[in-house]
Write a protein that binds this ligand. Structure first.
Ligand code: AMP
Length: 439
């Protein structure tokens, strides 16, 4: 199967060939023909599957083929949860549209809105945006949604986690009812199903495994280690293994900073990436990590989510996530085509409950090891104390105000449904009114 076989124009095929794509990925093969037909789509796909080209290519083709007034009203909108993902998606849009007469733009919070307003007013065919800033720009009359033809929700699950549901529904309330809707999500909780049911009309469901999933085998390793010795243990692992590129997850921004400082002090080039870092600092950290000038990227779950981080041989969970699904997202970063990846978790006594929740989700017991010289001495807290300490880790999501595109994640109730695809809501007609302001 080639990109031309999928029905894409020669201008788009040329652009993807220049990107070095030899053939469409499975999600692209499955999604592109339906999107070209104008159907709504519910796609189960995470980063690494080629999902961005999966929706961008057919949408660009649609835009290029459809007549539009001279002033170029906005006709396609991609909503993403984070600034980094918005920037990445827009980079792709620009690259894929280089041989088309298409104007694109990206807007997100944390940077000056004035240039964004000027670009939007000059006329844009396709916009990539985080919901909070976009709503703000809409309130300031910088953009109109009246001519939106295609709406794409990328990483919809994360947008919900980050409390964007109200903003999304508000944005949708300004759009015409007749439009194409594409929803991409890695997981399908009840909230996502509800969102999808409210937005999509007779959607086609497609599912994609990460590109290398068939070849991919992730080994889970748990090291039981005292909380106050985790840094020392991490340095030992990295140095003993002579690891060159490791993604380390911490639960908090403060924890990421603290660990990074200690790693740097120990002579391991590292950088932290999280929501309190400026946009410039985040971009620089990611670039340095990709080009090998830093070995360790210490990230919080939200910051790492949606980033085009290469698949790595090792991912370290410095702390276990208190939401088991986040473990699945984290380990999705490890493994390379044909090679096994290692997901390493450092688990102290107060995290044993999180480990059991993850094991329930994975339906697999994680093998625990104790390393000589690092034998744990902390004792497990009684059950009640454990759940109390769990409370203190999460932060309540306040919802509502959403000018930041990288806010603290709400603490979801753990659920154990896995990554099952949702059944399309076939009962809805195409003329159903999109629901406004839910939740
Ligand atoms: P995504 O899942 O959209 O974040 O894409 C993950 C990575 O795969 C990006 O670096 C894309 O440039 C790359 N990619 C997308 N489609 C293809 C393809 N058909 N062949 C090879 N690489 C691809």
């Amino acid at each position: 199967m080639t990109f031309s076989d999928l029905g894409l124009s020669s201008a788009l095929v040329k652009a993807v060939e220049e990107k070095g794509y030899a053939k469409p990925s499975p999600i692209q093969e499955k999604a592109i023909p339906h999107i070209l037909e104008g159907k709504d789509l519910l796609a189960s796909a995470q980063t690494g599957t080629g999902k961005t080209a999966g929706f961008t290519l057919p949408v660009l083709q649609h835009l290029a083929e459809t007549k539009h007034p001279k002033y170029r009203p906005l006709r396609a909108l991609v909503l993403t949860p984070t600034r980094e993902l918005a920037a990445q998606v827009h980079d792709n849009v620009r690259e894929y549209s280089k041989y088309l007469n298409i104007k694109s733009c990206v807007v997100f919070g944390g940077v000056n809105a004035k240039p964004q307003i000027a670009t939007l007013r000059s006329g844009v065919d396709i916009l990539v945006a985080t919901p909070g800033r976009l709503l703000d720009l809409h309130d300031r009359k910088a953009v109109s949604f009246k001519r939106i033809d295609v709406l794409i929700l990328d990483e919809a699950d994360r947008m919900l986690d980050m409390g964007f549901v109200r903003d999304i529904n508000k944005l949708i309330s300004f759009m015409p009812e007749k439009r194409q809707n594409l929803l991409f999500s890695a997981t399908f909780s009840n909230d996502i199903k509800k969102l999808a049911a409210g937005i999509l009309k007779n959607p086609v469901s497609v599912e994609a495994e990460p590109q290398n999933s068939t070849a991919k085998k992730v080994t889970h390793k748990v090291y039981k280690v005292d909380k106050n010795r985790k840094t020392e243990f991490t340095i030992k692992l990295i140095k003993d293994g002579n690891w060159k590129q490791v993604l380390v997850f911490t639960r908090t921004k403060h924890g990421a900073n603290k660990l990074t400082q200690k790693l740097v002090k120990a002579g391991v080039p590292s950088a932290a990436i999280h929501g309190n870092k400026s946009q410039g600092a985040r971009t620089k950290a990611l670039r340095n990590f990709k080009d090998g000038s830093i070995k360790i990227l210490v990230a919080t779950d939200i910051a790492a989510r949606g980033l085009d981080i290469p698949l790595l041989p090792h991912v370290i969970n410095f702390e276990l996530p208190n939401v088991p699904e986040d473990y699945v997202h984290r380990i999705g970063r490890t493994g390379r085509a044909g090679a096994a990846g290692e997901a390493i978790s450092l688990v102290c006594s107060e995290e044993t409950e999180y480990q059991s929740e993850i094991e329930k989700l994975l339906k697999e017991k994680l093998k625990s090891t104790i390393v000589e010289g690092f034998e744990p001495t902390d004792t497990a807290p009684p059950k009640r104390a454990a759940s109390q300490s769990k409370k203190s880790f999460g932060r309540k999501n306040k919802g509502g105000n959403s000018n930041s595109s990288d806010r603290n994640k709400s603490k979801r109730k753990p659920h154990f449904k896995g990554n099952k695809s949702v059944k399309p809501n076939s009962g809805r007609g195409r003329t159903g009114t999109p629901k406004k302001k839910r939740s």
